[in-house]
Design a protein. Structure first.
Lengths: 81, 310
C-alpha cells in the first residue's frame, strides 16, 4: 500500500470522525490547529484506520503525532511491519 | 438462559454537593468547554460531610424497596458493588444491613465500573433459591480516591448510588457476557502504595470502545437478540464520547441510549444503576423491552447483560 492510498484511508477516517472537509485532510494539516481535533478525536481516527487495515497503533506512539503527515509516517511503519 | 426475573423497583441516592465545571475551573487549570468537549460532563455529585458509601447505598436501597412495595425485612440477599468501601473490613453490606435493620446474607463485589452489571447477574443467579427478593446495589464515593489537583481525573469521577430489587416475575435475564483482561490493570488503577486514581485516558478510551462493542454483541448473541432489537441501551456512564463511539458501532440509535453523565459524571459501579433508575422514572422502560446494560472499566473488566423488562 502506497502513501497516497494510506492518505485516502486516513482522510476517510478523519472525515468520518470530525465531519470536516476532505480537502482539509492533507499531510501538512495540523490535527489540533487546522482540523480542530483533540486527543480523543485522534484516537478515534486511528481506531477507524486500525479497523480498516487490521493493524494496531499503541496509544503512546500517538502522543507525538501532531500532523496528518506524522500520522501517515506512523501508519506506513505499521503497514510495512 | 431465561426465566422469571423482574426488576420490581429501582432507586438512587444523589449526594449533597453539586459540583459544576465552573466550580472546578476555579481551582484547577481547566474550563467548562474543555471538560464538556472531552467528557460530556457538565456537573457531578460529590459526597457531603457525613455521607458515606454505606449511607448512600442505604438511601438508594430504601428507595428501591419502596418502589417495589417491599419492606427491608423481606430482603433475601444483598449484593453490593463498590470499589470505594468506607472500611476494608467489614464489608459495606454489613453497615447497610445494620442501617436497614436487616440480617439477610450479604457481600460486597468489586468489579470496578462493571460492578453493577456483575452484581445484577450474580443476584439473578441467586434469586431462584433466595428466601426473598435479592437487592443489588452499585455505590461509590470515588472522591475518597480522587486527587483534587489532578485535572485529568478530578473532573471525571463522582459519587452516587443506585439499587434494584430483583424478584421472580415475567421478565428475564436473557443473556450476559463478562470478562477480564488483567494485563491492562495499569491503565486505570490506584497504584500500589498510592492513594489516588491514575488513568491513561487515551488508551482506556480506545480499549473501552472495543470492549463495550464486543461485550454487548456477545450478550446479545447469547440472548438471541440482535443489537438493533435493543429498545433501551444503558452503558456505563464513563464518557459521552465512549458511549457515542460504542453506540454508533453497535448500530443502536441515540434515542434508545440512556445518557445522564452530563449531570452525574462517572460514578463507576453506581452509574448504570442510577441511569436505569432515572430511565425508569422517566417512563422509558416498558414491559417486553430488550434492555441492554454494559459496564467496563479498571482491570480491565467488563460485564454486559440483556434483560427482557417486565
Amino acid at each position: 500500500m502506497n502513501r497516497d492510498q494510506l492518505l485516502e484511508i486516513l482522510r476517510e477516517a478523519t472525515v468520518g470522525v470530525l465531519g470536516c472537509d476532505p480537502a482539509a485532510v492533507k499531510p501538512e494539516a495540523h490535527f489540533a490547529d487546522d482540523l480542530d481535533a483533540d486527543s480523543l478525536a485522534l484516537v478515534e481516527i486511528i481506531m477507524a484506520v486500525e479497523d480498516r487495515l487490521d493493524i494496531q497503533v499503541p496509544e503512546d506512539e500517538l502522543k507525538d503525532v501532531r500532523t496528518v503527515g506524522a500520522a501517515l509516517d506512523l501508519l506506513e511503519g505499521k503497514v510495512a511491519a | 438462559m431465561s426465566g422469571g426475573l423482574a426488576v420490581a423497583g429501582l432507586g438512587l441516592a444523589a449526594p449533597g454537593r453539586t459540583v459544576t465545571n465552573a466550580d472546578l475551573a476555579e481551582v484547577l487549570d481547566t474550563s467548562d468547554e474543555w471538560i464538556r468537549s472531552r467528557s460530556g460532563i457538565g456537573e457531578r455529585r460529590w459526597a457531603s460531610e457525613g455521607e458515606t458509601t454505606a449511607s448512600l447505598a442505604t438511601e438508594a436501597i430504601a428507595s428501591a424497596l419502596k418502589a417495589a412495595g417491599r419492606t427491608p425485612d423481606e430482603v433475601g440477599f444483598l449484593v453490593l458493588a463498590t470499589c470505594t468501601p468506607d472500611q476494608l473490613l467489614p464489608h459495606t453490606g454489613a453497615a447497610v444491613c445494620d442501617a436497614l435493620g436487616i440480617r439477610c446474607g450479604s457481600f460486597d463485589l468489586h468489579a470496578a465500573c462493571a460492578g453493577f452489571v456483575s452484581a445484577l447477574v450474580t443476584g439473578a443467579s441467586l434469586l431462584p433459591t433466595a428466601p426473598g427478593p435479592v437487592v443489588v446495589c452499585g455505590v461509590e464515593r470515588l472522591t475518597q480516591i480522587l486527587d483534587p489537583d489532578d485535572r485529568t481525573t478530578a473532573v471525571l469521577f463522582a459519587d452516587g448510588a443506585g439499587a434494584a430489587v430483583l424478584e421472580p416475575g415475567d421478565g428475564a435475564l436473557l443473556g450476559w457476557d463478562a470478562g477480564t483482561d488483567g494485563s491492562l490493570r495499569e491503565l486505570l488503577e490506584v497504584p500500589v502504595g498510592g492513594r489516588f486514581i491514575h488513568m491513561d485516558g487515551g488508551e482506556v478510551f480506545r480499549r473501552a470502545v472495543r470492549i463495550v462493542v464486543d461485550s454487548a454483541i456477545a450478550a446479545c448473541e447469547r440472548a438471541g437478540v440482535a443489537p438493533d432489537e435493543v429498545d433501551v441501551f444503558v452503558p456505563h456512564q464513563a464518557n459521552v464520547r465512549i458511549v457515542e463511539a460504542a453506540r454508533s458501532r453497535l448500530g443502536i440509535p441515540a434515542e434508545r441510549t440512556v445518557v445522564n453523565l452530563d449531570r452525574w459524571g462517572n460514578t463507576s459501579a453506581a452509574s448504570i444503576a442510577i441511569a436505569l433508575a432515572e430511565a425508569d422514572a422517566a417512563g422509558r422502560l416498558h414491559p417486553g423491552n430488550h434492555v441492554l446494560l454494559s459496564g467496563f472499566g479498571a482491570g480491565m473488566t467488563w460485564a454486559s447483560a440483556l434483560l427482557r423488562w417486565s
